[in-house]
Design a protein around this ligand. Structure first.
Ligand SMILES: Cc1cc2nc3c(=O)[nH]c(=O)nc-3n(C[C@H](O)[C@H](O)[C@H](O)COP(=O)(O)O)c2cc1C
Length: 483
């Protein structure tokens, strides 16, 4: 497993999954190249010689959009199926033993330490990613580090960051996110919130920062557990926050209460495929110390319009937690859980062996409550029988089309939390800050009372298929070869 962004890029290069792009413009060109490449599921990109910047101030994108990158970052074998990856991670969480970060005095991040008038965040070639972005977003693949003022634990979360001026950054963290809660606690005490923002780091730390771990569980300790050794951090003396010692760029500073300073943030091309949240005033961070490595690499993971998946193609960050929560709530005979749609957050599918009347509905309603934490999250909850692979949307659709009577087996329940990024928040709802959505529960399992009389499935029995496949092996080899 890689220890920093550079070693990850080296591995991608070795396996032929990295391309260097020289001389692109930060102003929409890098963003559009990234978009076109992500749409084609192409290789990772590293941009150098960016127009107007020193040749070795680089930007890396498209690292985790594709399954190869995600599997490498998470340490999955290449031949594992998507559902196997989800299942393996689910089991890993259950054996979780925190490994604390290791505090070191020095690290590559200290190669350049800038304070006072030396600070200028514009020294990095931050792209303007999308046509209607309200500014340049340095934080798209960011890890934002905060400490809870009461409990003392350190959170790492990914929340987008827009440059305001050379020492000021605005950051958008949705209601209920851990950094949102922590910063509000400092502000309630009349204090600014210490913040460190890391713009290029070990991909597993980034990946874990995008996951909704429970309150009190530090992403640093989780990353240590996954890696099997503590993440090396050094303490920023100004904020007293631990920052990754091998990071590329880190800005440390303080976020004052919004009534003291907040700035217009957005629009931003968001992961649902729209610029839905427009421009609002959001909290800022005033940078007091800016760290960067020599020849820094800014990591970008900007959203691209769905169905391109700009987060992680395999829903480790949503499906594993949902599966675990359902099992911990005592739900039996769950065969698989998968989450589809933009950001792998919106359409949850749970496959189960129905044991009793209402089993599927019980699981679905719990899943609707558990799957939350962002715009449109868990808007559609679909339950299917155990013969349906929940990771295969075509199979799921077949079940919805053939095992669900819409009159009886679809329920719509209003009033769940969504967020300002939800494109379906109407102007009047937006004006009264009513960020709620209905959830739809689709029971596409065979109706429990007469499941045993349900028409048989038109597919050859497994034994017959096996026998025919082995007898006609040459024929099928040819078919596989053609496809
Ligand atoms: C690429 C990417 C960008 C994200 N951007 C934001 C964002 O701008 N604001 C936000 O609130 N959540 C964003 N998220 C989701 C959060 O990172 C996620 O909910 C995470 O669990 C937050 O950490 P927390 O649970 O410690 O608060 C993003 C996720 C990804 C993968």
């Amino acid at each position: 497993m890689a220890d920093d962004l550079r070693s990850f890029l080296e591995t991608l290069e070795k396996i032929g999954k990295l391309r260097v792009v020289s001389g692109a413009d930060w102003d929409l060109e890098i963003g559009t190249i990234n978009e076109l490449m992500a749409e084609r599921q192409g290789p990772a990109l590293i941009f150098d010689n960016i127009k107007g910047y020193p040749p070795d101030f680089r930007v890396a994108t498209n690292l985790l959009h594709h399954k190869v990158g995600q599997k490498l970052a998470f340490g999955f074998r290449e031949d594992m199926t998507d559902l196997e990856c989800v299942s393996e991670w689910k089991n890993k969480w259950n054996e979780y033993k925190p490994i604390k970060p290791v505090i070191v005095k020095n690290g590559p991040i200290k190669e350049n330490v800038l304070t006072g008038d030396e600070i200028d965040i514009n020294k990095f070639p931050t792209p303007k990613w999308h046509t209607h972005d309200g500014g340049r977003y340095i934080g798209t693949g960011v890890v934002t580090i905060t400490r809870d003022p009461k409990d003392g634990w350190v959170n790492c979360g990914t929340y987008r960051v827009m440059i305001q001026d050379k020492t000021t950054l605005a950051f958008y963290a949705s209601p209920g996110k851990h950094a949102t809660i922590m910063r509000e606690k400092y502000w309630a005490m009349g204090k600014p919130c210490p913040v460190a923002m890391c713009f290029g780091q070990d991909p597993i730390l980034f990946a874990i920062s995008t996951m909704s771990l429970p309150w009190g569980v530090s992403e640093y300790e989780m990353a240590g557990y996954i890696k099997g050794k503590g993440v090396e951090v050094m303490i920023d003396p100004g904020t007293d926050l631990p920052i990754p010692a091998s990071a590329e760029i880190v800005a440390c500073g303080f976020s004052p209460p919004p009534e003291v300073d907040s700035r217009p943030e957005g629009p931003f091309g968001e992961w649902q495929g729209y610029y839905a949240s427009g421009t609002r005033n959001e909290p800022v961070v005033h940078i007091e110390t800016l760290y960067h490595r020599n020849n820094p690499i800014l990591f970008g993971q900007p959203p691209v319009k769905p169905p391109v998946n700009t987060w992680f193609p395999i829903p480790i960050h949503t499906a594993t937690f949902l599966w675990n929560q359902l099992e911990k709530a005592g739900m039996m005979d769950i065969k698989g859980v998968y989450v589809h749609g933009p950001g792998n957050r919106i359409i949850a599918v749970i496959s189960l062996k129905q044991r009793y009347l209402g089993h599927a509905k019980q699981i679905a309603t719990l899943a609707g409550a558990f799957l939350q934490g962002g715009a449109c999250t868990g808007r559609y909850i679909i339950t299917v029988d155990e013969d349906i692979d929940p990771s295969n949307l075509d199979e799921v659709l077949w079940a919805v089309c053939t095992r669900c009577d819409p009159e009886k087996y679809i329920d719509i329940v209003p009033g769940f939390l969504t967020s300002p990024l939800d494109p379906m928040i109407s102007p009047d709802k937006r004006a009264r800050k009513d960020y709620t959505t209905a959830k739809v529960f689709i029971n596409a399992c065979k109706p429990y009372h007469w499941k045993d009389q349900f028409p048989p499935i038109n597919v050859a029995e497994p034994e017959l298929r096996k026998k025919v496949l082995s007898k006609w092996a040459n024929l099928f080899k040819e078919v596989e070869f053609c496809t």
